[in-house]
Design a protein around this ligand. Structure first.
Ligand SMILES: Cc1cc2nc3c(=O)[nH]c(=O)nc-3n(C[C@H](O)[C@H](O)[C@H](O)COP(=O)(O)OP(=O)(O)OC[C@H]3O[C@@H](n4cnc5c(N)ncnc54)[C@H](O)[C@@H]3O)c2cc1C
Length: 445
């Protein structure tokens, strides 16, 4: 991966002003192009547009559009939403939750989200069709030029330098071909990220890859104030019913239904019919959940969870990867929205600094700081998450850890906060110090 220490382009040393700002503003030219208006892309576009940059936000679908998800948001995501100036009150249509309920065998434990200096003490639930449209419109209100039904087909590349200079796209029903130009492009096109692939950013096979499936069913528990995760997820096709490295969830949506799903956090060597597994798991829910196959309101759908920063480099040749495109899903929990939004914001901050530089060399130096920003923020936590996922797949180890932890509520609280990545940055608390120590010593790859 190129790092700041590597050779920078030998270009005009003092070209002034920066091309991003100087480019004649036409419909198809911008300072920055963001491809994909999911949580990562809309957050990036919002923070870029707020600084006055001309941002094109290209989205292949038309809002509102469905996105397969568990719809659960932790306090990390709440912070990002608040930073976008979005009203997250219940009167604005959000269901607030107090924390996480873990069900392990016959035991049930409730953990409240901690109230921290950086994060609020509550989480949220909201359907993605609604959620994603809200974020995209927020980016547009901040000044980003949102173009829906703009299906990006590929990059425009300068043959001489190998740098991306824009994208080609097909617009609307008639799929009219168009080209857009910008000196910096952000790939926020999700897990399949055709744009990254076209720029030869392949997936690292040494990183965990997860999978998740979900549906909805009508339930009297739709206003549950805890996100509920069941750790005892087993392989029904295995004679020994081996424990899988993942969990199943039931998140009340507050509208008469619950989102029910399962996520397996490391699928290496596991090949199962995930839809069938989810159906069987739902059939075994206790009667109080009111689950019946007739009460299922949507088809079972799922997709891959790209984890642990598994697509790299996150910056090269004018292209930054954010969210699922860059593999920012947590390998410990499968949480992706907060990290998609955070990475979108890191990318925006990097680009704003870069486009304010006076030379190409200065711009490149600034842009190359982005991968390091991601590593500093996540390497430690993701390494820990990988360990947690390993533990979930090893019944003996999990049993031993459970036996040690169950009699010690303080220890369980520590484990909970580590796994959900909610610690106090500058506190004297032993837990927070431990977390930051892990962050420093974890392999920063
Ligand atoms: C079953 C399931 C349950 C999950 N549950 C949760 C959960 O409860 N909480 C949580 O935090 N995370 C959850 N996740 C993960 C979360 O959904 C993702 O991490 C998150 O959506 C990533 O956001 P993103 O903006 O990077 O990508 P996406 O949300 O995938 O957005 C990408 C956008 O790019 C657009 N796009 C794609 N290709 C093109 C193109 N060629 N041209 C233009 N636009 C394009 C797409 O239409 C889309 O709008 C779950 C995932 C799954 C599969």
């Amino acid at each position: 991966m190129p790092g700041p220490e590597q050779q920078l382009p030998d270009l005009a040393p003092d070209r002034d002003p920066a091309p991003g700002h100087a480019a004649a503003r036409t419909e198809d030219c911008a300072d920055v192009i963001v491809v994909g208006a999911g949580p990562a892309g809309s957050t990036a576009a919002y923070h870029l547009a707020r600084t006055g940059l001309d941002v094109l936000l290209l989205e292949k679908a038309a809002f509102p559009r469905e996105k397969v998800c568990g719809d659960g948001l932790t306090p990390r995501a709440v912070k990002q939403l608040t930073d976008l100036g979005i009203d997250v009150s219940e009167s604005a249509g959000w269901l607030h939750n107090r924390g996480l309920r873990l069900v392990a065998g016959r035991r049930t434990m409730e953990f409240d989200w901690p109230e921290l200096s950086a994060f609020p003490g509550y989480g949220l639930v909201r359907r993605r069709a609604d959620f994603d449209e809200l974020l995209a419109r927020r980016a547009a209100a901040a000044g980003a030029r949102l173009i829906e039904r703009a299906n990006v087909a590929g990059p425009l590349v300068d043959d001489r330098t190998g740098r991306i200079t824009g994208v080609t796209a097909r617009l609307g029903d008639d799929r009219r071909p168009v080209s857009y130009h910008a000196p910096v492009v952000v790939a926020a096109d999700g897990n399949s990220t055709r744009l990254s692939l076209a720029m030869k950013r392949y997936r690292r096979t040494d990183r965990a890859m997860g999978v998740a499936y979900r549906t909805y069913f009508t339930t009297p528990r739709h206003e549950d104030r805890y996100l509920e995760a069941w750790l005892d997820l087993r392989d029904p096709t295995d004679p020994a019913h081996r424990l899988l490295p993942g969990y199943a969830w039931v998140f009340g949506m507050g509208d008469g239904t619950a989102n029910v799903g399962l996520g397996v956090l490391d699928t290496a060597g596991i090949d199962l019919d995930w839809r069938d597994l989810l159906r069987r798991w739902c059939d075994a829910l206790p009667p109080g959940y009111g689950y019946t196959p007739d009460g299922v309101t949507e088809p079972i759908r799922g997709s891959a969870l790209p984890m642990g920063l598994n697509r790299q480099p996150h910056y090269a040749d004018g292209l930054l990867l954010v969210g699922d495109a860059g593999g920012t899903v947590s390998p410990g929990t499968g949480e992706g929205i907060a990290y998609a939004m955070e990475s979108g914001r890191y990318a925006a901050e990097t680009i704003v600094q870069a486009l304010a530089r006076r030379t190409d060399r200065g711009r490149e130096l600034a842009l190359r700081a982005y991968p390091q920003a991601l590593r500093s923020a996540y390497a430690g936590y993701f390494a820990l998450g990988r360990l947690a996922a390993d533990l979930l797949g090893r019944p003996k180890l999990l049993g031993a850890a459970g036996a040690v932890g169950l009699g010690r509520p303080a220890l369980l609280k520590v484990a909970f906060r580590l796994v959900v990545n909610l610690t106090e940055p500058n506190s004297k608390d032993a837990l927070d110090r431990l977390m930051h120590l892990i962050g420093r010593v974890a392999p920063g790859r």
